[in-house]
Design a protein around this ligand. Structure first.
Ligand SMILES: [Zn+2]
Length: 441
């Protein structure tokens, strides 16, 4: 069994008090963490010994909400107000194929690895391809097959959608890193009967997480009021889907009573600060949700909505928006942001017993971050440096399940040239289609 000892590290194990252990070490055996400590490190026979030179070593970052294949749409029609209906939906119907999903996911996986993200929850179409691509990249993933009633690219009927979910769950049963998930798109696109069916399916398939977009938009509020005389959380509740382990993305429009009901139901939230801000939507009441006991993780959303898939770009906004809401520097301290990006994000995905902190017995998902650049010096509070000054390019090494998937900024599992070339080819097709759409008026 391969053993690795990383020593002379600024170790952030993510414990109850968010301790910072200078001169720390972590000992990995096979796919798991064997021990952590400070001072003289153990030196097991045949172990790879790595002197971290004072770099930060911490758990890999957890992204609980993304649409990886949409990397191929990144930056498309940015300032066009109706870009969703003008370009995106028609182009998704025309161009979203298993191959497009594979190529887009690999591009997103490459970026995620370079940014120190080790676990990603995805929601898209042809999700088995996402699972296979994340597996190839060596990442950990929760891959959510979308079910929706707007004629999405991979299923004509809701029955077909459920068949895709069944196939996905079968394809990844027992996989060490890839977990299948069912993803009813949102209350307005998977009305109560479909959500109720998802709840029954989830009862019959324990251990398969459910992901949904919830309480995200004005138009969703309006739809729920018009069709049910209710707010989105109540519509999901009516369908029996407000259930333990539900991964709800966004949750901008939730009042105190709804927060309490979500907490009681053991719902978890994926917060997507940048994506929400860029769309002019609003700020999720993260502090209130966490105070009620709801785990909140930090998501990127799709790279069309938020542009980046690393969490460093999210950290500043996550903290700053809560400070704006509270008119004070106090809300959302730096260490809480890092907690959300690691252990709490893992809890959002129901994986906190396996990942999210550096504890013996947990899977060895960890990253090494070099904070020696002038931009990140001096350091008074390493958590503040991480969230306000560090960049994804400061991540040096990435390990998932005991395997190095990036060493000294070199991704080990994917071929950069091939990933970029394949993405570029598809983007050229998209450009031509946009020109055609614009030409047609
Ligand atoms: Zn989303």
């Amino acid at each position: 069994m391969m053993a690795v000892v990383i020593h002379n590290a600024c170790l952030l194990p993510i414990d109850d008090v968010m301790s910072v252990r200078e001169d720390g070490w972590v000992h990995v055996e096979g796919d798991a963490i064997a021990a952590v400590g400070t001072g003289p490190a153990p030196c097991p026979d045949g172990a790879e010994m790595i002197d971290a030179g004072g770099d930060v070593v911490m758990p890999g970052l957890v992204n609980p909400h993304a649409h990886l294949p949409m990397t191929l749409f990144r930056g498309l029609g940015e300032d066009v107000d109706d870009r969703l209906f003008r370009y995106v939906l028609p182009m998704e119907r025309k161009f979203v194929t298993p191959e497009m999903v594979r190529v887009g996911t690999l591009l997103g996986a490459y970026e995620s690895i370079e940014g120190g993200v080790t676990t990603i929850a995805d929601m898209y179409y042809f999700e088995a391809e996402v699972g296979r691509a994340l597996d190839e990249a060596g990442l950990r993933g929760v891959v959510g097959q979308t079910i929706a009633d707007f004629d999405p690219p991979d299923h004509k009927t809701v029955d077909d959608g459920f068949r895709l979910v069944d196939d996905l769950a079968a394809a990844f049963a027992g996989h060490p890193r890839i977990l299948a998930s069912i993803a009813p798109h949102a209350p307005y696109s998977t009305d109560v009967p479909v959500m109720a069916r998802v709840a029954r399916w989830a009862d019959a398939n324990p251990g398969v997480p459910v992901q949904i977009h919830l309480a995200e938009m004005d138009s969703e509020m309006e739809w729920c009021r018009k069709h049910h005389g209710l707010r989105p959380v109540a519509v999901v509740e009516k369908a029996g889907l407000l259930r333990p382990g539900l991964i709800a993305a966004h949750c901008l429009y939730v009042d105190d009573g709804e927060i309490e009901r979500m907490a009681r139901a053991d719902v978890r939230v994926a917060h997507n600060a940048r994506s929400n801000a860029k769309a002019g939507r609003g700020i999720a009441p993260v502090e209130a949700m966490r105070a009620a006991g709801i785990p909140v993780g930090i998501g990127t959303d799709g790279p069309m909505s938020g542009n980046t898939l690393d969490l460093f770009s999210q950290f500043g906004p996550v903290s700053m928006f809560q400070k704006l809401l509270g008119h004070s520097r106090k809300p959302m301290p730096a260490r809480e942001v890092i907690r959300m990006a690691t252990l709490e994000g893992a809890r959002v995905l129901g994986l906190d017993h396996r990942i999210g902190s550096l504890v013996p017995g947990k899977k060895a998902d960890l990253i090494r971050i070099d904070l020696s650049a002038p931009r990140t010096q001096p350091i008074y509070d390493v958590y503040a440096t991480l969230i306000f000054a560090a960049m994804p390019s400061d991540v040096r090494d990435v390990m998932v399940d005991g395997r190095w998937i990036m060493r000294e900024r070199q991704v080990q599992t994917l071929e950069r040239k091939r990933v970029l070339r394949d993405a570029g080819q598809i983007a050229a097709t998209f450009k031509a289609e946009m020109a055609r759409i614009d030409g047609a008026g």
